[in-house]
Structures are given as structure tokens and as C-alpha cells.
Design a protein around this ligand. Sequence first.
Ligand code: CUA
Length: 323
Amino acid sequence: MMRALLLLAADGTGATVWLPEPASNLAEGVDFNWNLVFWISTFFFALITFLLVFFVLRYRARPGREQEPSTTHNTPLEVLWSVIPTLIVIGLFWSGYRAYLDMAVPPQNTYEILVTGQKWNWEFTYPNGYVDAELHVPVDTPVELVMTSEDVIHSFYVPDFRVKRDVIPGRYTKLWFSALDVGEHDVFCTEYCGTSHWDMLAKLIVHERADYDAWLEEASDFLNRMAPAEAGELLYNVRGCKQCHSVDGSAGTGPTFLGLFGSQEALTSGESVLVEENYIRESILNPQARVTAGYDPVMPTYQGRLKDEEITAIIEYLKTLSE
Ligand code: CUA
């Protein structure tokens, strides 16, 4: 019992049975309020259970004991059990509201990263226009995420940072944080958004400030650094293609890319098409124009989201899967 209680309390790293190790500036406020509610609840649960058992035993019916007339009320007692809970909930509101304000109001001059949710991946757009499937941030820097969705409601959630916010189509939502230490954390989608909701994950990587600039510069340069097919493979992995198109022949939400280039594909219209450069380009920019038979027209458009060089790189990658 004592050991279980100790496990519930902080173990030095700040991690508990209920909460992971805190990794952002906002975690302290959340954890404090969580623990406050937890211990107040535990205290009253124990007190009420004890009194319940005690009264049942102490005042149980026994031979020779007459039932006394019930007391209608006891003013001091009633005032007490109204005033104490009222003070407790006012205190909880005050403490929770302070922590909420810290989360709701970012400081000036935050580092802004755009977040796009779509079925079923996250896309992070950095200030220089570079897009990645991982969220990289500098340590000890207020970072603000400006988030929106391409399709349905998702929810951006980093448990280690104690931040969570809905990501809504046709609207921008924001959250901010400052990472405490260099390290790696998990990003979840925590709003049920369809078939692969469970797989809508991302990594959040915290760099030293100097390393961060170097990382962004190198990552942004991938089109110049890599052969087109190699850059295409990278784009396939980070821009949401792989969520629906396999490269091993297995069925997905969309057709597999294995052996796709150069093949004849039957279309939902009953016609067929030779899969070559222009058809792939059209399918990326206007996915509903000519849909492969047997698949639903669910792919979002990449118009304005992929540069021409990037589309070329993806086409070159597809060619390598048909060799
Ligand atoms: Cu996106 Cu669940």
C-alpha cells in the first residue's frame, strides 16, 4: 500500500504512474493541478469511507436500543460542509485558470511552425518553407504551432509536453510550448479520424539551438543534395504518400506503387490509362480526375503543396519501383 502510494508521487524525474516525465515549460502547471485534484480526491475518499464504516458500526441496530427521532438539521454543520467545498473549488479554479492562461497566451516573438493534419499524417512547415513529417524544434525557445486540417478534425497531442489541441478544417488553432531538454518525444492524433487514426503519429525532436539551424539548413537542401529518385523516396515517406500507397504490392487506401509506373491501369470510368509521367502528375495535383478502378476518390490534392521539382522526384522514385 505504502509502495503504491509512493509510486503515485513524483520519483525525482517528475514522472509518475499517471504522467510521463515533464518535458516542456507548461508541464509544471498541468502536473501541479493534476496532483492537487488527485490528492484532494484521495483525502476525501479516505475520509468519507472511514466515516461511513465507522458510523455503520457505531450506530448499528442492537437489541434494546431504541431509534432516536431524526435530527431535521444542524446549521453549523451544514454551513461548514457548504463553505469548505466552495472554498476548495474556488481554489482549484484559481490554480487551474492560472495554468490555463500560461498555455493560452504565448510570449512575444515565438518561433512559428505551421502544422497540417490530414488522414493520416502530420506535416510540419518551417519558416523557410521546408516541409517535414517530423517536428523539429530548438530547445528552450518558445515555439508556436499554427495548425489546420485538410479534411476532418484531428487533435495534436504531445503527452510529454502536456499540450493538446484540436486541429480543425477551415480554421486555425494554435498552441505554444518551450522544450526543457534536448530529446525525442511522441506526437499523437487524439481525435478519432477514421481507419488509420491509430497510426497518425509523428516524432518531436528537440535540438540544441545551434544544431537546430544546421539541421534545418541541411534538411531544406535535400533536392540539391540527393538524386531525384532518392529525394522522391524521402518525399514519399514524409509527405503522406506512404499512408495510403504501399511499395511492396500490398493493398492500401490507394493503389500500391510497386510496378505501377509503365502499367495499364483500369479506371472507375471504365477506360484504362498508361501510367506515365503526366498521369502521375495529374493524379497528384487533381487526384479525382482519373481514379483507378476499385478505389474511392479520397486522395487530397497536392496543388500548391508540392513543388514541380518535388513532383518530378516522386515520379523518378516510382520508376525505380517498376524496374
Ligand atoms: Cu487524425 Cu486521429
